[in-house]
Design a protein around this ligand. Sequence first.
Ligand code: NAD
Length: 454
Amino acid sequence: MSTSTLINPATEEVLRTVEMLDVPAVDDAVARARSAQKQWAKLAPAERGAALRSFAAVVDAHVGELAALEVANSGHVIGNAEWEAGHVRDVLQFYSASPERMSGKQIPVAGGLDVTFNEPLGVVAVIAPWNFPMTIASWGFVPALAAGNAVLVKPAEITPLTTMRLAELGLQAGLPDGLFQVLPGKGSVVGERFISHPDVRKIVFTGSTEVGVRVMAGAAQQVKRVTLELGGKSANIVFDDCDLEEAAATAPYGVFDNAGQDCCARSRILVQRNVYDRFMELLEPAVKGVVVGDPSSRDSEMGPLVSKPHFDTVASYVPDGAPIAFQGSAPSGPGYWFPPTVLTPQRTDRAVTEEIFGPVVTVLPFEGEADAIELANDSPYGLSGSIWTDNLSRAMRVSRGVESGNLSVNSHSSVRYNTPFGGFKQSGLGRELGPDAPLHFTETKNVFFKIGEL
Ligand code: NAD
């Protein structure tokens, strides 16, 4: 078995090493999950709900510990990490009501009674990225468990610690052995085995569009179900009739949160030309005011990038001579620190068209509503976005015109556990969260009962 050496991205110190599982270990986990799932699905819906509520309570008692682990492993600032651990608890709490609400349908037909059942798929696998390790894992494993499935989660190689701890907390809460397992390992080993194993019935993949395409192609061999949450290059559209002060003050937090390592980052700011200069005047102090520093300090608003290879990728978008409008500050010394950076390139520049996944934002002027929508949609991605305007009709027209799964008007809000989340175009396939998420981990079975004449 190989190992992964985990590095604290704020200090470059070695945290610990974690064993990466091999194919026989995955096969063994799938077999254990299969037998656990059969017992789990037989439980009364209220019992499954109660088990998820117990899990939520145990997570709640460990929010501080989970948050500290994420600060050390991923460099998330402490306030964010606490929110993330609390979010996992809330997701568990929300879907603990689902087992008792998956009621199927009774459909009027001639000659009998027709009903539908929402049957669990069996064993579901979740492949998670490194940017929000425990929250994104929970969007898959919680509704899947609620729907009566067993779940295997593969965390990203470099950020497995909080997800591994969640598996221990699940057992502590009384979940049956084998029902919810976390399998640290390489994408090319554990991830690929999830895709090829015939007893894994669905893959929930969150990560890059490049790997997502491979997952979908591999899953097609067995007509395996997939949900894909992939990359983004979202637009923050600022019209001249909005509260420009607020739009500028909040724009840095719409893109630099989690050091820009956020699939929903509003990494293209589009500004109506007649207010462009004023917006840039307001944006500069807002960007320079972002507090970048020690993620364990409560004063810090932004931490380091997650790894040295990722730092190098982000830095490649800001070469010497790049059109930098202004930059914020970042600590020097050890750690993968990158300052918040604002670029003003041409519309065709790769910094405008490619997902950077770091604290780098481009600002482009536009002429009017039609130009704004065309520019926003000029991307293979369509995950998120914001629209700033005080004109209700314009807000309606533009939000219907932008090809994106999650938009917010006059804010940068994207993810709530009780509303659906997912992407248009190459940002993904399917939706997570919201009231219907457990249904995405079921097959609809239709049964007709013939009834004699009354
Ligand atoms: P990645 O694609 O490199 O890795 C994601 C996961 O896939 C990891 O666990 C990795 O080990 C695994 N993997 C790699 N190769 C694999 C293979 N051949 N088969 C199966 N699994 C494999 O992505 P990343 O760098 O960890 O995450 C960043 C990306 O994730 C960004 O593009 C970001 O936009 C995207 N993302 C999307 C969302 C969303 O909800 N749409 C959320 C977060 C991140």
